[in-house]
Design a protein around this ligand. Structure first.
Ligand code: GCU
Length: 597
């Protein structure tokens, strides 16, 4: 059926119609449309794209995506867009760091490119996958709106088989406008980078293909059985999974496209000190998928956390996905450098705050040996009573878990950070916790919970429902009286794992003075010394992840030292300079590591 030529836009009506967006608010792509990437061959769409900002949302008002450039009589019209004449911008990248004038831009942007496509009868189904676009994304392929996604840090995929032509026009709207109903909402302490900042690619699949592969140790504490689950698209009835390192060749029978088996096995267990990985290959008819998996047992036992049956203290550090030069669009080498610094600090754990980082992060952590806390940006005040907001948070959580649950380094799913304790929030968070447990029974669930500073005791109903309680405390910085820290800690031994998920102080690198002078390195060093001296006395604590490894951009911070940066980093944003407090924490972690040997 030849395409219907889109109708000419009534330009006068377009000027007066403030409801121009409504018909395009199609339901967001489902997390269930995601597929396990593993070693799948990607036909990359990364590179230079055409780009334009669109603060007045003219592209939606005037329907640029219909590409009408002449009137019904065929006379050319002076349109406000010209896709092939737009300036070019790199994908993946945050548009903010591409040009000075884009740094603080918040609103609609348009990305476009052409690409050629030749079908392959062996792999007739084609999917387009976006690694991450902040915050709302709408995708037109050859003038058809094929996908909409909400959420700035998780991937989404859409089948494009029926929309592809030999020559294709791809047009993507990405808006990083902050909205109260979003997750996160209007107010955060990090930079609102925008755009197509993670890779975009095409994936060709045979008629039947492996959509999801999940291999893990059965979480019963015995550490002698592994579970293998597969989901298959298409009508295949069998799938094989082999793990040569364990001498396993498993044949799974599929029922409605799903298969699972549990087999005895005694794999060498993964740990930060010994990050053992095994190759796994799944085959289903013509589809073959290979990945690297590891096996660990991570559980809570009273106030303790056990890794592979042995108590572990989480020697951590928190991290944002941010860098001075490329913002949120970190490359593998940026992540590897950050993780190498964390290892040098003596860490066995990293808290990837406050949203899902690149999928490269957990893969690199698998390899270098770091346990990983991953989190969805249910941060501070969210519209907890809004069903669409809950749906968006749950979608982001599902996308994160389906993307990363195969990564052995992941040990914690965190459902939020410092949210106000009210009935709506409790219901919202209990729903997210149930979602975690339904998708993955091998990780612990956590959140940074609230403390009543008058009582110096935790006062957060969410604490009952998480496995590990995170406590963010800033004694010595936001709260001057360090003497209250031991009083608060004495009230935190609640019979389940509690960790200090944040503590710290700002210091401008190279700015020196007395330890009482705010924003000096000596002041930050002293806060760490006093914090460590006090925290060391409370043996029930299961971990520590100070705020934060590197300085990071945030428009909220505008005093003479900060100038748009949060300076609580132990290292500068370019990762080239370690402040004095880095060595204070390093000394503590080296002692803790010795104690655990
Ligand atoms: C909070 C919050 C962080 C924030 C930090 C700070 O606890 O979790 O996102 O950046 O404190 O104030 O620096």
């Amino acid at each position: 059926m030849p395409d219907q030529k889109p109708k000419m836009v009534d330009f006068d009506a377009a000027l007066h119609n403030e409801n121009y967006d409504a018909e395009y608010l199609i339901p967001p792509v489902s997390p269930d449309d995601l597929f396990t990437l593993a070693d799948r061959k990607c036909e990359s769409l990364d590179g230079q794209w055409g780009f334009a900002i669109d603060p007045y949302e003219n592209g939606m008002r005037k329907k640029w995506f219909n590409e009408i450039t002449a009137d019904d009589a065929g006379f050319p019209l002076p349109m406000d867009f010209d896709f092939d004449a737009w300036e070019s911008i790199a994908v993946p990248a945050c548009f903010n760091t591409q040009q000075k004038e884009f740094l603080f831009y918040e609103g609609m942007t348009w990305y476009t490119r052409r690409f050629y496509f030749v079908p392959d009868s062996e792999k007739p189904r084609v999917f387009m996958r976006f690694g991450g676009a902040n915050y709302e994304c709408r995708v037109w392929l050859n003038r058809k709106l094929i996908a909409r996604h909400l959420g700035g840090s998780t991937p989404f995929a859409v089948e494009v088989t029926d929309y592809l032509q030999r020559e294709n026009r791809l047009l993507v709207m990405v808006s990083n406008r902050r909205r109260p109903e979003n997750v996160p909402a209007l107010n955060t302490d990090w930079f609102n980078y925008g755009g197509l900042y993670r890779s975009v690619g095409l994936y060709r699949m045979p008629k039947s293909f492996i959509k999801d592969l999940f291999v893990r140790l059965v979480p019963d504490g015995e550490m002698n059985k592994i579970a293998v689950s597969v989901k298959v698209e298409g009508n295949a009835r069998d799938c094989t999974v082999s793990i040569p390192g364990l001498g396993l060749d498993l044949a799974l029978k599929l029922q409605d496209g799903e298969g699972e088996c549990v087999v005895p096995a005694s794999p060498e267990l993964w740990s930060p000190e010994s990050p053992k990985l095994y190759s796994v290959t799944a085959r289903c008819e013509a589809d073959v998928l290979s990945d690297e998996v590891g096996f660990k047992d991570f559980r809570a036992q009273a106030e303790k956390v056990l890794l592979n049956g042995k108590r572990i203290f989480l020697r951590g550090i928190s991290m944002h996905e941010d860098s001075a030069d490329v913002g949120k669009s970190l490359r593998a080498q940026d992540i590897e450098k950050s993780f190498a610094i964390a290892k040098e600090l003596g860490c066995n754990f990293i808290r990837l705050a406050h949203y899902p980082h690149s999928d490269m992060a957990a893969r690199i952590a698998d390899r270098v040996g770091l346990l990983v806390w991953e989190e969805v940006p249910v941060y501070w005040t969210i519209l907890f009573g809004n069903p669409a907001t809950y749906q968006c948070a749950q979608n982001q959580l599902k996308e994160l878990i389906l993307r990363d649950r195969g990564r052995v380094s992941v040990c914690v799913w965190s459902v939020g950070n410092e949210n106000p304790d009210n009935d709506e929030r409790l219901e919202f968070m209990k729903g997210l916790i149930d979602t975690c447990r339904s998708l993955d029974d091998t990780r612990l669930v956590s959140a940074a919970c609230l403390v009543n500073y008058k009582k110096l005791a935790m006062e957060d109903r969410l604490a009952e429902f998480v496995d590990i309680v995170g406590i963010n405390e800033y004694y010595g910085w936001y709260r001057h009286n360090m003497e209250d820290l031991p009083r608060e800690l004495a009230n935190l031994d609640i019979g389940k794992p509690v960790m200090i998920s944040e503590m710290g102080a700002d210091a401008l690198a190279g700015h020196h003075g007395s330890r009482d002078e705010l924003f000096t390195e000596e002041c930050q060093e002293y806060v760490y010394e006093r914090q460590i001296e006090i925290l060391s006395k409370f043996a029930f604590l299961c971990g520590l992840s100070p705020w934060i490894l590197c300085d990071f951009r945030t428009p909220r911070r505008q005093n003479g030292f900060q100038r748009g940066w949060n300076l609580k980093g132990l290292v500068t944003a370019d990762r080239n300079y370690k402040k004095k407090a880095f060595f204070t924490l390093q000394k503590f972690y080296h002692v803790k590591a010795k104690q655990s040997e």
